[in-house]
Design a protein around this ligand. Structure first.
Ligand SMILES: Nc1ncnc2c1ncn2[C@@H]1O[C@H](COP(=O)(O)OP(=O)(O)OP(=O)(O)O)[C@@H](O)[C@H]1O
Length: 248
């Protein structure tokens, strides 16, 4: 097997508290270098917060460490869950891509250095023909494609995907799957929050069930049993399990 381009990630005893609410409790989790690792769990279970802790955007206790294959850290790409754009905001797809890549103000246009990579990224997600459209005029699926495109520049070694498929149509899903295949082939580390359990079973190497704490973790094809999925998503089942633990 070729050397991984991406890092291994270790979360050790990670706790995250906001105000008086425990968002994450004693999260221990290992992501193998160069693997596609899915995070699944109920709404509000702390998946996005775990990403934000990894990105250094949320204070936490415990350790999060990245072990890069080379001497220097590589490039990290991040696809957020959603970005809201006012329908009247005069920002085109091209302006948005420029704002993501370059330092100079977007009203000066895209710098020549970024023209080819931006065109290539928009081509990859099938949005090049809509580069002149206002962001606020795009459909949810088109906006999601643009969010994917911005994470391709520069080419990432670690990519964090927060529900990248939620608004995609069938053609968009096929594009996403081919990007995932490319990342797998080039051994990029992919950490992927997803609600579509069928997609996770088909496309991820490993899966972790997270509901404030890690409920299960293992190879995707074997780990997502109906019993575990029920325990993860049913709030009644979760409350009963917690009661049992408290009594034990
Ligand atoms: N900045 C914040 N301030 C206060 N509470 C927050 C903040 N960010 C997240 N939370 C709370 O933390 C909990 C976990 O949210 P988070 O977005 O991490 O969950 P999630 O598993 O990604 O959910 P979803 O699948 O709905 O996106 C929620 O109860 C949320 O309201």
């Amino acid at each position: 097997m070729s050397t991984a381009a991406g890092p291994g990630i270790a979360f050790e005893s990670v706790d995250l508290t906001l105000g008086h609410t425990d968002i994450l409790r004693q999260v221990n989790l290992r992501v193998q270098a160069g693997s596609v690792h899915a995070l699944v769990g109920p709404n509000g279970g702390g998946k996005s917060s775990l990403f934000k802790a990894l990105l250094g955007q949320m204070p936490h206790r415990g350790q999060i460490s990245l072990t890069w294959p080379g001497a220097l850290p590589g490039t990290v790409g991040y696809v957020p869950q959603a970005l809201a754009f006012d329908a009247g905001l005069p920002m085109t797809v091209m302006d948005f891509m420029g704002a993501m890549c370059q330092r100079r103000p977007v009203f000066l246009g895209l710098s020549p250095r970024w023209k080819a990579p931006v065109e290539q990224a928009l081509q990859q997600v099938g949005m090049w023909d809509k580069a002149g459209r206002r962001m606020g005029a795009l459909s949810g699926g088109e906006r999601q494609r643009v969010l994917l495109a911005q994470a391709l520049i520069p080419s990432p070694d670690l990519i964090l995907l927060d529900e990248p498929m939620s608004a995609l149509d069938e053609a968009g899903e096929a594009i996403f799957e081919s990007l995932l295949a490319h990342w797998r082939e080039t051994r990029v580390t992919v950490l992927w929050i997803e609600h579509d359990l069928d997609a996770v079973t088909r496309l991820a190497d490993n899966v972790t069930g997270l509901s404030r704490q890690v409920l299960f973790d293992g190879p995707a094809a074997e780990t997502l049993t109906p019993q575990r999925v029920l325990a993860l998503f049913s709030s009644r089942q979760r409350r009963e399990d917690e009661k049992e633990k408290a009594v034990a």
